[in-house]
Ligand binder design. Sequence first.
Ligand code: PFF
Length: 453
Amino acid sequence: MTQAQKRSTWASRWTFILATAGSAIGLGNIWKFPYMTGVNGGSAFVLVFLGCILLIGIPLMMCEIMLGRRAQKNPADGMRWLADKAGASPHWKWVGLTGVIAGVLILAFYSVIGGWVIRYILHALNNSFTGADAGLVGQLFNDMLASAPSLLLWHTVFTVMTVWVVARGVNHGLERASQILMPSLFGILLFILAYSVLEGNFGQAMQFMFTPDFSRITPGAALAAMGHAFFSLSLGMGVVMVYGSYLQRHVSIARTSLYIAIADTAVGLLAGLTIFSLVFANQLEPTAGPGLIFQTLPIAFGQMWGGQVVGSLFFLLVAFAAWTSSISLIEPAVAWLTERKYCSRRTGAWLTGFSAWLLGICVVLSFNHWSDVRLLFDLGIFDTLDKLTTNILLPLGGLMMAIFAGWVMRPDHVQDELGLKTVAFRAWRFIIRYVSPIAIVMIFLSLLGLIRV
Ligand code: PFF
């Protein structure tokens, strides 16, 4: 029996696209992209982000899928096996193992924010937004943050939902539901965008997000934008690699990567435009930080006709999108634990989920009782986990994978998997050997103050 026959595979190319797009599209697009854009000066951040998607994200997504499908293994064993085939050091397995750890660290805060979204479904259903102004909506948000038991409850609910699906295995997950719910999320975003074009300040939002002003690109903003490109596309920690390892051989990796990246970027931009139209129309601060969507969208839901239904549906669909992302976060860890025969899939899923849940309690407390605790670079607990994973671990993982695919693996093996036309392969290989690694290193160095951006 060949390795490919032994492993489970996706039912079709579409299932893979849905699952990977499901992993990519999540809180990163709807919650994080808008507030990061606001905090990092608007268009400067957006333009670097788009550049990173194009020059680093898409080529690297192809690279990760290629590595996964070639190895037919979880990221840690896969990297080791591929290194062995290329006559390289077995230590390459650390790239995969770091991804396993990064997944748990990300889930720790992801599930807390997922919990906020579930809390907001209830607020919307209870009609709490009707007639609310910025002050009231801000109060609602701050009250939520102040209550550690409530945050803990929703964090727990979200984590259990995540683990429950992963314990049942990738192929039995949420694919069928995704076929309806992801397009619905897109639809409702368009609807809310239409509302904010009519009622909000769309012109100013466009200007804020797209007027090029390169003088505002600081090293910090560039790193945040690059990190977010990784976070948003779920790259650099082996998620896409593990999903790629279940992908059938005949599927075109390039085309699939492009579809996923376009869908992911579109959702982020739509969310950003909607939110900033409302921010500027209601004289709110674009720099509000992680609470931004929770402090702007409810104002619109409170004012629009049928806002109770639209609001509830919106938060429900965002929770669903977050769910399909969070299940992917622990998949590398679970695939590794089970393929190594350390434990069953069910135990592996609960164990990984429990570790993330425990750490998540610290994140919950960082929004109230422990708000003064400072860790790395004088950041709070939530910010430390977020920055450590998004800005360091994911780009570093991506850098190593690019170096591995571009410099360590035999080109004919890579091409065998990618199946590109010669010119396209040469272009991709050039990018993955030079452009992406140099861009990542330059952005890292710019932050250390060694070069100016
Ligand atoms: N891409 C997800 C989002 O944008 O919400 C988050 C994420 C999932 C990041 C999986 C990393 C990952 F491996």
